[in-house]
Write a protein that binds this ligand. Structure first.
Ligand code: ADP
Length: 401
C-alpha cells in the first residue's frame, strides 16, 4: 500500500510517499514559504532533485501541488491518485486523549483543535494540513500520529507538577512530553539491536536535534521525559533554554520584560544561541570553539552536561539500564557531545569506546567499550517511517471492520 506521510507547519508541508509494509521511500520533499508569491517546492525521487519556485496561496494549494508532482511530470512516482491508500499526519499535541495513532474522525479533529491551547504554534497548522489533505484525498483513511502518544504511559508521580492540583484539573497543567514518535522508534530499534523484545527494553533515549529531549523507557514504555507541558523544559536546545529557575522570569519582569519578551527570550534567544551569541547550530559552534571562541565552547559544554544530568537522573528512575541511545542531528553526528555526555559515568557502568565513537556511520552503531555494562547506541531516527507503519496498521485494521 502506498502511504503518504505529512508533517505540516505554519508555512510548510513536508511529505514522504512510502510503499508499506516494505518501507521503500518512493519520493520525499517539502513545500515551503506557503502564502508567499515565491514559495518553493523541493521534491526528491531516488536522489534526483526537483527544485521549483512558484506561488502557493495556502495549505490546500500546497497539497494539490504535492499530489500533482507525485502523479505528473518527470518526477512522478504513481500513475494516479487512487494508488495512494492512506495518509499519516504528524500531530504535535494529543493531550491525555491519545495513547496511539488513530483514524481521524470529526471527534479527533475537535480534540486536536481543543489542544491548540497547549500547542498554539503546532496544532493549528497540523489541523490545517489534515483538512487540506482530507479535501484533496477524501476517500482514504487519514491517521493522526501524536508526538505526545508514546508518553501517555508516564505515571502521575512523573507527570504531576508540584503546583496546586486545581491547575491540572481546570487547565490540564501537567507534563505531556514530545518527540514521542522518535523516542518510540529508536527504543524499538535499540531493542532489536540488543536482540530483546520491545517490552523487555529498559533504556534512556536522547533525541538531540534543534529541539532536544531525553526519555526514560521501562519495559518499552515511556515512564518519564524531559519536555513538559510545552517543549521548553529539560535539555538545552538550539534556541530554547531547557530547565531554568522559573523565578528568573519574575525577576526579569521586575526589570521591565513583558510576557511576550520573556516567551521570545526562552524559546528563540536562549539555548546554544543564547549562551554562545554565535549560532544555534552545533556545527557552527564547534567550528567557532575550535578557533578559540570560549562562549561557543561553554555552550557545547553546558549542552552535554545537561544530557549527562538527565542520563544520571533517569538511570536512578529506571533501576536497570540496558542502553543509552543517541539520535537526532546532534546525537547521530556529534562524537564530541556523545563523549562529553557519557564522560565519567563509570558509576552507572557506562563507558564509551573513543575509537568506535569517532567512526559512527550507517543506520546504527554500538559505541560502548568492551567493559561497559550498559550499551551505548547511536540510532538514526526515522519519524516518517514510524508514522507510515502506524498509518498502514491503522488502515489495515479499518479494512477488517
Ligand atoms: P531538527 O530538530 O530541526 O530535525 P536535526 O535533528 O536535523 O534538527 O538537528 C540539527 C542539529 O544537528 C544542528 O545543531 C546541527 O548542527 C546538528 N548536526 C547536523 N549534522 C551534524 C554534524 N555532522 N556534526 C555535528 N552536528 C551536526
Amino acid at each position: 500500500m502506498k502511504t503518504l506521510v505529512i508533517n505540516c507547519g505554519s508555512s510548510s508541508i513536508k511529505y514522504q510517499l512510502l510503499t508499506m509494509p516494505s518501507s521503500k521511500v518512493l519520493a520525499k520533499g517539502m513545500v515551503a514559504r506557503i502564502g508567499d508569491e515565491n514559495a518553493t517546492l523541493s521534491h526528491e525521487v531516488e536522489g534526483d532533485q526537483l527544485e521549483r519556485e512558484l506561488p502557493v496561496a495556502d495549505h490546500k494549494a500546497g497539497m494539490q501541488i504535492i499530489l500533482q508532482t507525485l502523479t505528473e511530470g518527470d518526477h512522478k512516482v504513481v500513475e494516479k491518485l487512487s494508488e495512494i491508500g492512506a495518509v499519516g499526519h504528524r500531530v504535535v499535541h494529543g493531550g491525555e486523549d491519545f495513547s496511539s495513532s488513530v483514524p481521524i474522525t470529526e471527534e479527533v479533529s475537535s480534540a486536536i483543535e481543543r489542544y491548540a491551547d497547549l500547542a498554539p504554534l503546532h496544532n493549528p497548522p497540523n489541523l490545517t494540513g489534515i483538512r487540506a489533505a482530507q479535501s484533496t484525498l477524501p476517500d482514504i483513511p487519514h491517521v493522526a500520529c501524536f508526538d505526545t502518544a508514546f508518553h501517555a504511559t508516564i505515571p502521575p508521580v512523573a507527570y504531576t507538577y508540584a503546583l496546586p492540583t486545581e491547575l491540572y484539573e481546570k487547565y490540564g497543567v501537567r507534563r505531556y512530553g514530545f518527540h514521542g514518535t522518535s523516542h518510540r522508534y529508536v527504543a524499538q530499534r535499540a531493542a532489536a539491536i540488543l536482540g530483546i523484545r520491545d517490552n523487555d527494553f529498559n533504556g534512556i533515549t536522547c533525541h538531540l536535534g534543534n529541539g532536544c529531549s531525553a526519555t526514560a523507557v521501562r519495559g518499552g514504555k515511556s515512564v518519564d521525559t524531559s519536555m513538559g507541558l510545552t517543549p521548553l523544559p529539560g535539555l538545552v536546545m538550539g534556541t530554547r533554554s531547557g530547565d531554568i529557575d522559573p523565578a528568573i522570569l519574575f525577576f526579569l519582569e521586575s526589570k521591565g520584560y513583558d510576557l511576550a519578551a520573556l516567551n521570545k527570550l526562552c524559546n528563540k534567544q536562549s539555548g546554544l544561541l543564547g549562551v554562545s551569541g554565535v549560532s544555534n547550530d552545533l556545527r557552527t559552534l564547534s567550528e567557532a570553539a575550535s578557533q578559540g571562541n570560549q562562549q561557543a565552547q561553554l555552550a557545547i559544554d553546558i549542552f552535554a552536561y545537561r544530557v549527562k544530568q538527565y542520563i544520571g537522573s533517569y538511570a536512578a528512575v529506571l533501576g536497570r539500564l540496558d542502553a543509552v541511545v543517541f539520535t537526532g542531528g546532534i546525537g547521530e553526528n556529534s562524537a564530541e557531545v556523545r563523549a562529553s555526555s557519557c564522560e565519567e559515568l563509570d558509576l552507572l557502568g557506562i563507558h564509551i569506546d573513543a575509537q568506535r565513537n569517532q567512526s559512527v556511520g550507517g543506520p546504527y552503531a554500538e559505541i560502548q567499550a568492551s567493559d561497559s555494562k550498559v550499551k551505548v547506541l547511536v540510532v538514526a531516527t526515522n519519524e516518517e517511517l514510524a508514522i507510515a507503519h502506524d498509518t498502514f496498521n491503522v488502515a489495515q485494521e479499518l479494512t477488517k471492520r
